[in-house]
Design a protein around this ligand. Structure first.
Ligand SMILES: [Zn+2]
Length: 325
């Protein structure tokens, strides 16, 4: 049986906003369709689109996560330690990990890291696309790096065992993190810029730095981060989803990004970061969590059984063992 570890989805935000539930919904991920393995669920904060403070909103999302996982503990168990994650993989069960996407959820308060840790948060994406108290996100033209508070937060996250996630971060912020961190870091949902020049993707130099850091790179299923032409449309502010054709294969595209990163030496670093429920459009062969099993089978055929094992869960588990307490 294939075990799948996926480093990013926005399902909690989706089901909170639309008042849906985790066992079954019409989004991209629910418990009926989720394969065996571990899913990281992000509490996603888009500070320009919420009606309360970022911390206030984040706590509401975390409550939704706990309510849904608690009600369905027969079908999915929360992973708070490496031993928890290992047990899920060994038993062929389903596990969840809570993350926060957007360091504005700290509201500039370093003690909030300890609070979020005690609520089960085990990964924080330092920024979404905008600037916050920690650093600038990727859409900020000035491309500011880590602030003093951002450096303090990275150090405390390293101590606590909260993974530092650099997806969405400005390029300058990325390099500041690589200098500041004492632990491997994740780019939980980002692809290769050399194949698809979207600003959200990683340059060859960034991929090389993540390899050196023993970090993790989750391949994102967003068509605009996989396909060059769709990236161009998205970067121009056009609706890329309208240009996705039925004959386009998302799996083929994901495999080319994996093969490219492997060619740079990332065999121990690449995994999955689907971005389910966080993307505006999807390829038909990657439009929901049940499709990931076919993707892994394709990787096994096209690359090797070893590559399929690494990408599906091996690299994710190696990374957790080196970052969590
Ligand atoms: Zn994201």
């Amino acid at each position: 049986m294939i075990c799948i570890c996926d480093a990013h989805c926005d399902t909690i935000s989706e089901i909170y906003e639309k008042n849906l539930s985790l066992p079954s919904n019409d989004g991209m991920l629910d418990l009926e369709r989720m394969p065996q393995g571990i899913q990281i669920f992000a509490a996603f904060i888009d500070k320009k689109n919420i009606k309360c403070t970022p911390m206030n909103y984040c706590i509401k999302l975390i409550k939704k996560y706990h309510d849904e996982i608690g009600k369905n503990s027969e079908r999915i168990s929360e992973c708070l330690s490496y031993a928890d994650a290992e047990r899920v993989i060994r038993d062929g069960g389903r596990g969840s990990i809570l993350s926060v996407e957007g360091g504005e959820a700290l509201e500039g308060n370093i003690a909030a890291l300890d609070m979020y840790y005690s609520l089960g948060v085990r990964l924080i994406t330092l920024t979404w696309n905008y600037a916050n108290e920690l650093a600038d996100g990727i859409t900020e033209a000035r491309s500011g790096g880590l602030t003093d508070f951002g450096r303090e937060a990275v150090a405390r996250m390293n101590e606590l065992g909260i993974i530092v996630d650099v997806s969405h971060l400005s390029e300058r912020g990325f390099w500041d993190v690589m200098e500041a961190t004492s632990k491997p870091v994740a780019a939980s949902h980002s692809n290769a810029k050399a194949l698809c020049p979207h600003r959200r993707n990683l340059t060859d130099e960034q991929i090389a730095a993540l390899i050196k850091n023993r970090g993790f790179i989750g391949i994102n299923f967003c068509p605009a981060f996989l396909d060059k032409n769709l990236a161009d449309l998205d970067m121009r502010g056009e609706d890329y989803a309208a240009h996705i054709r039925e004959d386009m294969s998302g799996a083929e595209s994901v495999i080319s990004h994996i093969e490219y990163m492997f060619s740079l030496g990332a065999e121990e670093n690449v995994g999955l970061g689907s971005d389910f429920d966080g993307i505006a459009g999807a390829f038909s062969d990657l439009c929901g969590c049940e499709k990931t099993v076919c993707l892994i089978e394709k990787i096994r055929e096209r690359m090797s059984p070893d590559a399929a094992e690494r990408v599906s869960h091996g690299n994710f588990m190696r990374f957790l063992s080196e970052t969590w307490i």
